[in-house]
Write a protein that binds this ligand. Structure first.
Ligand code: AMP
Length: 200
């Protein structure tokens, strides 16, 4: 007898970490290995700024100061990016969600599509090291928010007051893992693969 069983095969991962913790770098490796669509809200905003879209103009002033862009704008942008890649094997969210409202919206949105977040991993690095890394990156990235210590500190404040609440949010769903973000790039990649491989 032929039995058709539909197996849930999508893999949806969120990468957390303070600014400069290496999310973007590591996302490149993870998306290749697990064939995921990488969605970075920071990259999407920067692309919109470059193309001088209305969304970009709106986001620019928040980003330049190191403030979070309002949820109403960010959530809409994220949803339309997911919608346009709906046949993906899975998503790797980088820089989203950053607030509890964003996380709740994402859960509701995925649930309507019979999808879910499977795993969230935070890359842990202390702020002193991150400030040095970000200022260094600012020498070549051209990012205003990478070039000024006050703006960098503000980005950490945003993380500590809003994004860090998501640790409990995902711990309550049994989906929160943390890895040590010190060491060279390959070592950190291995730690991430290890967490993902334990899940799948
Ligand atoms: P990132 O490239 O992830 O460091 O993001 C750079 C900046 O983009 C942040 O400091 C925010 O101003 C904005 N941004 C990116 N993602 C979000 C988000 N999920 N919610 C609000 N603002 C965001």
């Amino acid at each position: 007898m032929d039995i058709f069983v539909q197996i849930y095969t999508m893999l949806n991962i969120i990468l957390f970490g303070k600014p400069g913790s290496g999310k973007g770098t590591q996302a490149e490796f993870i998306k290749e290995k697990y064939e995921l669509v990488h969605i970075s809200t920071g990259d999407l905003f920067r692309q919109n700024i470059k193309n001088q879209t209305e969304l970009g103009k709106l986001a620019q002033k928040y980003m330049n100061n190191g403030d979070l862009v309002p949820d109403s704008v960010t959530i809409g942008m994220l949803k339309s990016e997911v919608e346009s890649n709906i046949y993906a094997n899975g998503f790797l969210f980088d820089g989203f969600p950053r607030t509890v409202d964003q996380a709740v919206s994402l859960d509701k949105f995925l649930d309507k599509k019979n999808l879910r977040i499977d795993l969230t991993i935070a890359i842990d690095v202390n702020e002193e090291i991150l400030i040095e890394r970000i200022l260094n990156r600012g020498l070549t990235s051209g990012r205003k928010d990478d070039q000024d210590k006050i703006k960098i500190k503000n980005r950490f404040d945003e993380y500590n007051s809003k994004t860090s609440l998501l640790e409990d949010y995902y711990k309550n769903q049994n989906k929160f893992k943390i890895i040590d973000g010190y060491g060279n790039i390959e070592e950190i990649t291995k730690r991430l693969y290890n967490q993902i491989d334990q899940f799948i």
